[in-house]
Design a protein. Sequence first.
Length: 156
Amino acid sequence: MDELRVPTVALAAEVVCADGRRFYGRIFVPATAATHAGPTRAEDWMNERPLFFPFLPEEGGPAVLLNKRETLMLTVNAEADAEDLPEAAEGPAHRIAVEAENARLEGTIVLTMPEGHGRVLDYLNGPQRFFTLREGDRHHLIQKERITRVLEISEE
């Protein structure tokens, strides 16, 4: 049966749940992406259909199953998404602050939207459940349904 198993790549991750609990450990993304060379990007993986995902806690013990609907935010190292990033595409970058549950984060989003839909509002109203907020060497995948408020920060 091992020959039917999908090869995966382990990524160090922090998961913040809607109830405030934090978990540190590893997630497992497919080793081959359907749309580009290399492993599946964390954002694409979080936006896929399965509701539950395996998470291996760093303190040891068996893997647990986490519910994407109860995941406020999943954070991975930026280099985990180094292949085929949307930044390579044409699109404006916007600095924003996001308030969700008890968290407030600031970072950058890159809008890779069709012409005429280049506003932050259009991007957030897209069909994906999670989006990536880039903050230095970390990428925060934030569940849009948990967001209370988004503020655009002007670059002066």
